[in-house]
Design a protein around this ligand. Structure first.
Ligand SMILES: Nc1ncnc2c1ncn2[C@@H]1O[C@H](COP(=O)(O)OP(=O)(O)OP(=O)(O)O)[C@@H](O)[C@H]1O
Ligand SMILES: O=C(O)[C@@H](O)C(=O)CO
Length: 415
């Protein structure tokens, strides 16, 4: 019976957290929570798992909807027997001025009748650190990183307290900071600082973290809190009931198809690298609007005919291209359709890049839940997608995750 229940605001965020929980000793299942089957899948998954992560698509929903779907997920997890909870958001704190990180965390905290939680987006292995409440992406403060120009959630401040204030009901009085000099003193000092913040009336305590060790300290200091919030890396300090029991997968043979709808900088490099050692096809929104069927069927034919090297079907633009967000839906629909036709024709392994793109693909394939397999890069793993019909091996990659050679190496390491 699962004891830990997590609510993730996007699909690749959910798989990222599931990877860390698995390493921390939790047998973990990801449930695709967006549809009416979410509760059924959650109850099913909880039977064989120690942790269940419900993957929502709530990062950029209107605030009311994001809160409503998150509270639904919380109710399913409670009915499934979970006792501790985790609200997972992006390690770059992707949110609009209104939400949704603050409103969702507050709604879940209140529904649990708890007084305080922590805000911990840091993910040191992927370059996200928090110092004096400021979030850094590699060497740059968040607001000087490419996140400044994100089309949906442009991040124009790096100060987590300032970002959070307008998102929680009591504003500045609701937030507090535990700075790194306190974190460096260890778990007792952090526990005391969180307690003092709570007594002063703050419910959302930002905690600095520069290294994985800081996140383990934070996890130890918060073992009495029923709700944690953060990126995935805080979960490495949780203690699951078993040693890492990741299933070993052997990838099925067949074409090595990568479907990339991600627009992120890391993916751009991965597409370039894969094209230099394999082959591929760029799909463009204008061509899809003109003759959707022709573009999709030629992508499927070419992908199926490809040999051992990766074949990349990509919409990913070059850094110098201007991307029109109005093109996103047709691109998502095309990549999902290509995935469905490849699977119908017998393909049983797909690597998909981009959170939204991954969501569109798994929905089209009718995947209800995912079991974790081997991690290939921090936050990126092969998984088995369960659905009516044969299971499918999937790697769902967050836009900014993975080394440049990931699209090539993933198939070698999973083989
Ligand atoms: N050349 C393009 N022109 C317009 N839209 C594009 C283009 N390439 C991709 N898109 C769209 O941009 C969106 C990218 O979102 P997605 O979440 O898949 O990737 P990401 O933002 O890079 O990754 P993540 O959310 O995991 O950080 C998708 O909706 C996709 O269809
Ligand atoms: O935390 C991250 O960076 C990722 O898990 C994610 O949420 C990407 O969308």
């Amino acid at each position: 019976m699962a004891t830990l229940g997590a609510i993730a605001d996007d699909l690749t965020g959910a798989t990222d957290l599931a990877i860390t929980l698995t390493s921390a000793g939790f047998r973990t299942t990801v449930v695709l929570g967006a549809d009416a089957d979410g509760e059924r899948h959650t109850l099913d998954a909880a039977n064989g798992a120690d942790a269940v992560v419900v993957a929502l698509k709530s990062r950029t929903m209107p605030v009311d909807e994001a809160v409503a779907v998150s509270l639904d997920a919380l109710a399913w997890l409670r009915r499934a027997g979970c006792e501790r909870f985790y609200v997972k958001y992006c390690s770059t704190f992707d949110s609009t001025p209104e939400g949704n990180i603050g409103p969702v965390s507050e709604a879940v905290l209140e529904a649990l009748d708890e007084e305080v939680t922590v805000i911990a987006p840091a993910f040191p292995a992927n370059g996200r650190t928090v110092y004096r409440g400021h979030l850094f992406v590699g060497d740059e403060p968040l607001d000087e990183s490419p996140m400044r120009h994100h089309p949906l959630t442009p991040m124009t401040d790096s100060n987590l307290l300032r970002l959070l204030e307008p998102q929680v009901s009591r504003g500045a009085d609701d937030t507090a900071l535990v700075p790194w000099p306190v974190v460096s003193q260890g778990a007792d000092a952090v526990r005391d600082a969180i307690g003092a913040a709570r007594e002063a009336g703050a419910r959302f305590v930002v905690v600095d973290a520069l290294r994985d060790a800081d996140l383990r300290t934070l996890a130890a200091a918060t073992d009495d809190l029923r709700l944690l919030t953060g990126g995935s890396a805080l979960a490495q300090g949780l203690c699951g009931p078993r040693s890492d029991e990741r299933s070993e997968f052997t990838l099925p043979g067949g074409p090595r198809v990568v479907l990339s709808g991600s627009a992120s900088r890391a993916t751009q490099g991965q597409v370039r690298h894969a094209l230099s050692s394999g082959s591929g096809l760029r799909i463009r929104a204008a061509a899809l609007r003109e003759d959707f069927e022709a573009v999709v069927s030629s992508a499927v034919t070419e992908a199926r005919a490809s040999e051992a090297a990766p074949f990349v079907v990509y919409a990913t633009a070059s850094p110098e291209d201007v991307v029109d967000t109005a093109d996103a839906p047709v691109i998502e629909r095309a990549l999902a359709e290509i995935a469905e036709r490849l699977v119908a024709a017998g393909t049983r392994a797909l690597l998909v890049a981009g959170g939204e793109t991954s969501g569109a693909v798994v929905r089209r394939l009718g995947v209800g839940s995912l079991t974790l397999g081997p991690e290939v890069d921090p936050g990126v793993a092969w998984m088995l997608g369960h659905r009516d019909g044969e299971d499918i091996h999937l790697m769902l990659k967050s836009g900014n995750f993975g080394a440049e050679d990931l699209f090539v190496r993933a198939w070698e390491e999973g083989a």
